[in-house]
Design a protein around this ligand. Structure first.
Ligand code: CP
Ligand code: NVA
Length: 304
């Protein structure tokens, strides 16, 4: 049966561990420059409704490095833009391609596409979730801390798609997660409730200067996600106290700093933090490449 990756919740704990270890193998292999082409002849399709630097390029580069290829599409270049249904598009693309990545506004778009597609479908970000990002993040933490459990991470900012996926990961692995957000910007209530019901160590709080104490990792993301541009000015005001700057980092001095990027410097994070010695953002961005390869191989049942 074909597998998708629309949400971290679809993965078993053992699969997440395997993805972490496979990523390590693939990263090491990449650094040694030994050719490894298990995807020869395989073609990935990428259908993106929103812009992307890391997700798109790491998937496309990853496919090429593994011997495969990729085709990038935006809805307006397809007949989708002229009214062909998503269902019909999914069926047709399944006949040409081996695996698909979609970046969408509505999460439901992914679900419909996946249901009508015979090939694995990967969520390259939806308004609700960003699972590939979080898999690269947990690998980055593993690289630095030497463990992917028993740490405390504080997500400072908007309870958005990235925060929701962190909550999902906390139902699979044993770590402490605090979402420190302004009131009214909490993560998705159902995702949070389900995680808490399953015993995940997740809490929501509104006091960033208290919340970050004792953290191993401080994580943030933009205050205004793609599609929320109209709320930009209001959000800037509402998130003022949630900027990750050196004053905030003083309350958790040894903590690493992470950000999925792109960053809006001077808003959610200051230059001194993102460019500072505890920032992991460039490794984190690089690890998207190695993790995407592990994800693709996993969904195509190939062992690296
Ligand atoms: N972090 C992330 O997904 O970046 P892009 O929007 O550039 O893909
Ligand atoms: N929350 C951000 C993540 C970008 C990678 C957005 O959805 O725009």
């Amino acid at each position: 049966m074909k597998r998708n990756l629309l949400s971290i919740t679809e993965l078993e704990r053992e699969e997440i561990e395997k993805l972490i270890f496979d990523t390590k193998i693939l990263k090491r292999r990449q650094k040694t420059n030994i050719p490894y082409r298990p995807l020869k002849g395989k073609v990935m399709g990428l259908l993106f409704e929103k812009p992307s630097t890391r997700t798109r390029i790491s998937f496309e580069a990853g496919m090429q490095q593994l011997g495969g290829s990729s085709i990038f599409m935006s809805p307006k270049e397809l007949q989708l833009g002229r009214g062909e249904t998503l269902e019909d598009t999914a069926k047709v693309l399944s006949r040409y391609l081996d695996i698909m990545v979609l970046r969408v506004y509505r999460h439901e778009t992914l679900e419909i596409f996946a249901e009508h597609s015979d090939i694995p479908v990967i969520n390259g970000l939806s308004d609700l979730l960003h699972p590939c990002q979080i898999l690269a993040d947990i690998f980055t933490i593993y690289e630095r801390l030497g463990r992917y459990e028993d740490f405390k991470i504080v997500f400072v900012g908007d309870g958005n798609n990235v925060a929701n996926s962190w909550i999902n990961l906390a139902t699979k692995l044993n770590f402490e997660l605090t979402i420190s957000c302004p009131e009214g910007y909490e993560p998705h209530p159902e995702i949070l409730k389900k995680a808490q019901d399953k015993g995940a160590k997740v809490k929501v709080s509104h006091n960033p200067y208290e919340d970050v104490k004792g953290a191993d990792v401080i994580y943030t993301d933009v205050w205004c996600s793609m599609g929320q541009e109209e709320e930009k000015e209001k959000r800037k005001r509402d998130f003022q106290n949630f900027q990750v700057n050196s004053k905030l980092m003083k309350n958790c001095e040894s903590a690493f700093f992470m950000h999925c990027l792109p960053a809006h410097r001077g808003e959610e994070v200051t230059d001194e933090v993102i460019d500072g010695p505890n920032s992991l953002v460039w490794d984190e961005a690089e690890n998207r490449l190695h993790t995407q390869k592990a994800i693709v191989l996993h969904l195509l049942n190939i062992n690296p």
